[in-house]
Design a protein around this ligand. Structure first.
Ligand SMILES: O=C(O)C1=C[C@@H](OP(=O)(O)O)[C@@H](O)[C@H](O)C1
Ligand SMILES: C=C(OP(=O)(O)O)C(=O)O
Length: 464
């Protein structure tokens, strides 16, 4: 049975915590969505066959894989013996010649679901082809921003037809059209990443407006580093575990600083600790709001302080949602500012976090003018007893499941949305230590909320 429509995640008991303190869970995190989908594009445009090891297999990467196959790029997908949530993906490069699309009447149809990476990266990539491609996604993807990317591609000389500057869009392939292009990242950094990934084949010289310091554009920097180090002529490429997915498990340590129940395996540490620095969310353990006594949190600012600077886009990486979700349990108040970009992602995330945290009886104030959420601490015992809506947003489900590790009575609607990036999320939560946290997850009656049965079989916990 697939994951049901309503589940309850039960807080870790004192006994379970004592066991985890003695032998912390050792959690293997699936591959990075951002790196997997970048690597698929780079490999598709490359000259040989590249095998991606440790690649994430989830809705977003399946959407990218399917689009490549529809384009006529040969992609082979095999099991990854090291992690059932990953795959070995071999992509046979087209040598920069993107296979031709269809006609205006019968374009090649590319369905990107709700994958921002696929929507943006493929819009730019198919400009290098010939004929016509039509990109579409789920209704929410048709609301998400695309205008600045379309503008930049038109400035390079490509024809992109869309009535409202969003998807669905008809892209007319135009082959390489060398030239400089300036792209704003204020709606999404993925516009610059999209252009950079195809820039070598298109002859595009991509820049972001002055003032957008590369250090403040971590995902654009990730793209540049990946383009530099990728085996464009064929070979193997190792995908890192996903640091944003890891944030939920690091958050467990922030919630239980006396127990530190989790060790996150094989994730890259932040750059200053010798990691690649590709994933900005590797910073989460240092910045997470913590339930530790004041002064005990290694100087973390809960993302609040620096987020007040609107230029600091790094603060808007997915980990900020994890930080917001656990902030009610922190030892100090936290303010998260400049959250505007979150309003345009999988759902209106600022409103969603505000409303669902309030349902859990957290103290949350929103200042609309500065896109700020301010959260005051509340005792865990005074929080909870809420049925939380997830708005088809994987991060809403994972954030509230994390809060539920310490807050009783949290039921999560539509948990299958985690399939976008971590289909195995509830499997990991529920698996017995050491491979999981041993958390109780219950199927609930969707109408009455009453508990029906505890979900323990891995297939019952997988978001297919
Ligand atoms: O390029 C990427 O892989 C991503 C960039 C960010 O998006 P935005 O720049 O649109 O905020 C981030 O939130 C998303 O999860 C992944
Ligand atoms: C914003 C996100 O995804 P996308 O790649 O669809 O933009 C996200 O995963 O939080």
């Amino acid at each position: 049975m697939p994951l049901p429509d309503l589940i309850e995640v039960v807080p870790l008991s004192p006994e379970a915590l004592a066991r985890l303190k003695a032998a912390p869970a050792q959690i293997a995190i699936p591959g990075s969505k951002s790196i997997t989908n970048r690597a698929i594009v780079l490999a598709a445009l490359g000259d040989g066959a590249v095998t991606l090891q440790g690649a994430l297999w989830s809705e977003d990467t399946e959407a990218m894989t399917e689009c490549m196959r529809t384009l006529g790029i040969n992609v082979e997908v095999a099991a990854d013996p090291l992690n059932a949530a990953n795959r070995r993906i071999t992509v046979h490069g087209c040598g920069g010649v993107v296979p031709p699309g269809g006609t205006e009447e019968a374009p090649t149809e590319l369905f990107v679901a709700n994958a921002g990476t696929a929507a943006r990266f493929l819009t730019a990539m198919v400009c290098l082809g010939s004929g016509v491609y039509r990109l579409s996604g789920v209704p929410r993807m048709h609301e998400r921003p695309q205008a600045e990317l379309v503008r930049a591609l038109r400035a390079l000389g490509y024809r992109v037809d869309t009535p409202n500057e969003r998807l669905p869009a008809l892209v007319h392939g135009g082959g390489p059209r060398p030239g400089p292009v300036l792209v704003s990242v204020s709606d999404s950094s993925q516009f610059a990443s999209a252009l950079l990934l195809s820039s070598a084949r298109g002859g595009w010289v991509v820049s972001t407006p002055e003032g957008s310091n590369p250090d403040e554009l971590p995902y654009v920097e990730m793209t540049r580093r990946l383009v530099e180090t990728f085996p464009h002529g064929g070979g193997d490429f190792q995908v890192e575990p996903d640091a944003s997915s890891a944030s939920y498990f690091h958050a467990a340590n922030a919630l239980f600083p006396d127990h530190l129940p989790v060790r996150v395996l094989a994730c890259q540490p932040p750059k200053r600790e010798g990691g690649t620095g590709w994933q900005i969310d590797a910073e989460f353990p240092r910045l997470a709001p913590t339930a530790a006594a004041e002064g005990d949190n290694g100087g973390g600012d809960g993302d609040g302080g620096a987020a007040a600077d609107p230029a600091k886009r790094a603060k808007l990486a997915p980990r900020v949602m994890t930080a917001i979700a656990i902030a009610p349990l922190a030892s100090q108040p936290h303010a998260f500012a400049s959250l505007g970009v979150l309003r345009k992602q999988e759902c209106e995330r600022v409103a969603a976090l505000r409303d669902e945290l309030r349902k859990c009886k957290a103290s949350v104030e929103e200042e609309v003018a500065t896109d700020t959420l301010s959260i005051a601490p509340t005792a865990a015992a005074s929080l909870g007893d809420a049925t939380v809506a997830t708005y088809h947003d994987h991060r809403m489900a994972m954030c509230f499941a994390t809060l539920a590790l310490k807050v009783r009575g949290i039921k999560i609607e539509g948990p299958r949305c985690v399939r976008k990036t971590v289909p195995s999320f509830f499997q990991i939560l529920a698996a017995s230590p050491p491979s999981g946290l041993g958390v109780e997850v219950w199927e609930c009656n969707a109408a009455t909320g009453e508990r029906l049965r505890r979900l323990e079989a891995p297939e019952d916990l997988f978001a297919a």
